[in-house]
Design a protein around this ligand. Structure first.
Ligand SMILES: [Zn+2]
Ligand SMILES: [Zn+2]
Length: 313
């Protein structure tokens, strides 16, 4: 059930739910060696009860927009971590943006000193790089800029805390809180030295789930220093220091096959049993204990949990 092709999520009002639509970093990949974890670049759907957010518009947003999404609000709030291509390139292929003239898409961008995503997206999606500009799509875009560190306050009263992350041109981490549950999305980020960073540890403190950038392993990292990404080992260190209850790794390296990622996940779970590597289309309820998330050894338990907690229509 966690890998259902039907996208609609019917969450209970008290549930904080997320679905990973893309977990691959930097560039999409395809092939049999990526069948389990997926090849789409970052896009995460977050549900605070009936309230929906989309974080990032990597190629994973294409699948988010497919099917009959009766649960999509007329106004979609799209929060960007930042505007690198792997987090934006899917936007003009998001069906509700392309086809729905009554759809409003509010984008939020916090890593450009208060400037919205509008001017950058207008440069990116324009001839000759792209055949049309975004204003040719049916939907209406409203682009909002903020400064990372501010708390976003939405018209319905929902608030989302933000923090600036260490990444080329900066990136924004988000913290969602709903019905006593706390979810933090922390990608893209390169860990600092010393680590963990105390401000970031305070930001993610006591999270029920932290989603974290694990593009490299500690063994690979020395040759990739300065590229703006981190390791699952640093994620575990941060989680431990901050009292984070569960850890999900995303921004998976394009060269990391299913076999390599399963091995990595086993190593990580030896350190932190509640940690897992996210799978594309995986859907979970924050704060609900999961024994194991691996497809091979944990799927029956997870499926039972999903049947209990989430109705996937
Ligand atoms: Zn990225
Ligand atoms: Zn980036």
């Amino acid at each position: 059930m966690s890998n259902s092709s039907e996208p609609t999520i019917l969450a209970a009002d008290q549930d904080l739910v997320l679905r990973f639509w893309g977990v691959r970093g930097s560039t999409p990949v395809s092939g049999p060696q990526y069948a389990e974890f997926g090849g789409s670049t970052p896009c995460i759907e977050v549900r605070c009860g009936q309230r929906m957010f989309i974080v990032d518009a990597g190629s994973g947003i294409y699948n988010l927009g497919q099917g009959h999404r009766t649960d999509l609000p007329q106004e979609v709030d799209l929060l960007f971590s930042h505007l690198h291509l792997d987090h934006t390139a899917g936007l003009p292929f998001f069906k509700p943006a392309v086809l729905d003239s009554d759809r409003v898409i509010n984008t939020y961008c916090g890593n450009l000193g208060g400037e919205s995503a509008g001017p950058t997206l207008d440069r990116l999606f324009a001839p000759p790089l792209f055949p049309v500009t975004l204003d040719k799509l049916c939907c209406t875009f409203h682009h909002h800029g903020f400064e990372a560190g501010q708390t976003l306050a939405f018209p319905d009263g929902t608030r989302v805390a933000t923090i600036l992350l260490n990444h080329p041109q900066g990136s924004v981490g988000y913290r969602f809180e709903h019905a006593g549950k706390r979810l933090c999305l922390i990608s893209d980020i390169e860990h600092s030295d010393p680590w963990p960073d105390p401000d970031l540890a305070a930001f993610v403190a006591d999270a029920d789930l932290m989603v974290y950038d694990g593009m490299f392993t500690d063994g690979e990292y020395p040759t990739c220093r300065g590229w703006g990404h981190s390791t699952w080992q640093k994620g575990v260190e941060l989680a431990r220091m901050a009292g984070v209850k569960a850890l999900g790794i995303i921004h998976l390296h394009p060269a990391h096959s299913d076999t390599a990622l399963r091995d990595m996940e086993a190593d990580m779970q030896a350190e932190m049993p509640t940690a897992f590597i996210a799978r594309e289309r995986q859907c979970l309820t924050v704060g609900v204990p999961r024994a194991v998330t691996g497809r091979q050894n944990g799927r029956p338990a997870m499926a039972r949990e999903m049947r209990r907690r989430i109705k996937v229509a």
